[in-house]
Design a protein around this ligand. Structure first.
Ligand SMILES: Nc1ncnc2c1ncn2[C@@H]1O[C@H](COP(=O)(O)OP(=O)(O)OP(=O)(O)O)[C@@H](O)[C@H]1O
Length: 343
């Protein structure tokens, strides 16, 4: 306890996986210190906004807030959609990580999607500086994911990683600490949830919220046909009668419902394989493709990717932590950080 407190006074460098769905923070020497939904509840009074809750507490409020309070997801499709609220969220996580007991402002490494524009890069850096960082480094999500999954990225061999988050899917081939071929698409877990909402609306005339769709995906969703036929009761609002109603959905119809966003991810993998140099492709044939990110846990996604590419595919251990652990790992290796950080 005392050690933690004394350590926090001086060594406060931290890593942030600023995700569309989840924000994870890592403090050097302490590991992951926060794992919370990227949601902020804001109360509007005239032109001013007051943050009333951040993270889990704010997510509980999504779709259930009274008029003056809005629960906002400030990151959309992997990038900042609301600067002011993102800054408030980062400030909350930075303060919480250090219990406001630090003497020195932290050096912060933040991971961002690989397709990010110069303007978006600037916005993330400015938000972190305004939220209390001393120095900010950005690293690309697939690079962080590959480091976090334990791939030997500094060696001269091809490593392929597919990181599927809430807002984006990032596919990259990495060798000698550099991204050789990559593709970032704005399709991830959120688009899969939206496809489920649309399906239930079209087939059953039932309106369900995004949290219910996410539960369906996690409980019975599958990317490829499964022998284990599953069903689930779902509650929503009947669009015809306007009253609450319960229906039963099954894994096969959900597989069909999510096939479009899933096919977009498969296509991105195919395009990156086509763009990668042949020598590196040969390495990937041997080593296979590593899947990271919360979205990679969609049942049988590894099976589908393996069938479609003919290559071995594996989901890494604790895939939702790969990016933050990789971002955190470079805090310990400043030479590697300077090599992989975006300019
Ligand atoms: N068991 C599961 N099956 C399918 N999807 C899952 C499962 N668990 C979590 N997810 C999905 O993973 C996504 C979140 O993943 P993650 O936390 O890696 O994303 P993120 O880092 O916030 O997003 P991004 O990288 O796009 O900014 C959500 O869409 C969530 O629904």
């Amino acid at each position: 306890m005392l050690f933690d407190w004394v350590y926090g006074l001086f060594s406060n460098d931290m890593a942030i996986d600023l995700g569309t769905a989840t924000t994870l923070t890592y403090v050097k020497g302490r590991g992951i210190v926060a794992h919370e939904p990227s949601v902020v509840a804001v109360q509007k009074k005239g032109s001013t906004k007051r943050v009333v809750a951040v993270g889990k507490e704010a997510k509980e409020m999504l779709g259930r807030t009274p008029g003056s309070i809005t629960a906002i997801r400030p990151m959309k499709d992997g990038v900042i959609a609301d600067f002011e609220v993102t800054e408030a969220m980062m400030r909350h996580f930075i303060n919480r990580a250090h219990n406001r007991q630090t003497l020195v402002k932290p050096r912060i490494v933040i991971c961002v999607p690989s397709g990010i524009t110069e303007v978006e890069k600037r916005a993330v850096k400015d938000s972190a500086l305004a939220a209390g960082a001393r120095e900010v480094f950005l690293i690309e999500e697939p690079m962080a994911a590959a480091i976090g999954a334990g791939l030997p990225i500094t060696e001269p061999g091809g490593n392929m990683v597919v990181d599927i988050g809430g807002g984006t899917a990032e596919v990259a081939v990495i060798s000698l600490a550099g991204i050789v071929a990559c593709k970032s698409i704005r399709v991830g877990g959120d688009k899969i949830d939206e496809a489920i909402v649309r399906h239930v609306k079209r087939k059953y005339n039932l309106l369900i919220g995004e949290r219910t769709a996410e539960r369906i995906k996690i409980q019975i969703g599958t990317a490829a046909p499964t022998r284990n036929f599953m069903t689930m009761e779902v509650k929503g609002r009947d669009l015809v009668g306007g009253i609450p109603k319960t229906i039963v959905v099954d894994s096969e119809e959900i597989r069909e419902a999510v096939s479009e966003p899933v096919a977009a991810i498969v296509e991105a993998v195919r395009l990156v394989l086509e763009a990668a140099p042949p020598e590196l492709c040969a390495d990937i044939v041997d080593k296979g493709i590593v899947l990271t990110g919360g979205g990679s846990q969609l049942r049988n996604l590894d099976v589908l990717l393996s069938d479609e590419t003919g290559l071995p595919c594996f989901v890494c251990d604790e895939p939702e932590f790969a990016v933050v652990l990789g971002t955190g790992a470079v805090l310990d290796e400043l030479d590697l950080l300077r090599e992989v950080a975006l300019q």
